[in-house]
Design a binder for this molecule. Structure first.
Ligand code: SAH
Length: 220
């Protein structure tokens, strides 16, 4: 991929990205480090060329296999909730999808582990992150409901698909002080939750209503 494609032109140019960042700011995203990543990650390379001109709209877009690339606002909101003002060491992402969220997050953490159940999506995500020269990400093809035990515990876990209840194994893989950001509930009725592992136990906070694809079992 050449530099011009990465930099973008017309509807994928720097000005279009600035407008998106401005919009996210108006919607309450305040972390300058997260906003800078949203500005710098070329979202248009994560979607089909035919959808490139819509890449900097604040909306989810199809990426095949019935899945979507997350809305920039949601990626920013989850990243902000996960980082809570400071960089983290080990972070686990469940639901790599096209790799966009991973690209936003990777430079803000020491090491990112990401699990995806659809092999073809995972392969594409690997390629994109390589093109962006992002090297601190380890990929796994599997069911992320079980986390990644051999690499845990994690300072942060971010789940990009919605289970009906917070997966027990993910809570167990949180390091002391660690945060799990997860959308929970049936389609159309989901709430974004943050669980923080404190000395006195796990604390739960609600971050508002959201719409995610369901977290599914198995892999293919
Ligand atoms: N992080 C992505 C969002 C992708 S959508 C982005 O940046 O756009 C959510 C993804 O979660 C889909 O690709 C879906 O296949 C995946 N997924 C659903 N259930 C899963 C599971 N149990 N384990 C791993 N991935 C899962």
């Amino acid at each position: 991929m050449n530099d011009q494609r990465l930099a973008g032109i017309g509807m994928t140019s720097a000005r279009t990205r600035d407008r998106l960042v401005q919009r996210l700011r108006e919607q309450g995203i305040a972390d300058p480090v997260v906003l800078e990543r949203i500005r710098n990650v070329p979202r248009h390379i994560f979607v089909d060329e035919a959808l490139g001109s819509r890449a900097y709209e604040d909306t989810a877009l199809p990426i095949g296999f019935g899945q979507t690339i997350s809305q920039p606002y949601i990626v920013a909101r989850m990243s902000e909730a996960l980082l809570a003002g400071g960089p983290l060491e080990k972070v686990l992402e469940v639901g790599t999808g096209c790799g966009y969220q991973a690209a936003v997050l990777a430079p803000l953490v020491q090491q990112l582990f990401t699990v995806e159940r659809i092999g073809a999506l995972l392969d594409r995500a690997k390629e994109r992150l390589k093109e962006l020269d992002i090297r601190n990400v380890k990929f796994r093809h599997g069911d992320g409901t079980h986390g990644w035990k051999t690499q845990g515990p994690f300072a942060g876990i971010l789940v990009a698909a919605a289970p009906l209840a917070p997966p027990r194994e993910l809570l167990e893989q949180l390091a002391p002080g660690g945060r799990l950001i997860v959308p929970v509930g049936q389609e159309g009725k989901q709430e974004l939750l943050r669980f923080t592992r404190r000395e006195e136990g796990v604390v739960r906070e609600s971050l508002g209503r959201v719409a995610f694809v369901p977290l599914l079992g198995g892999k293919f």
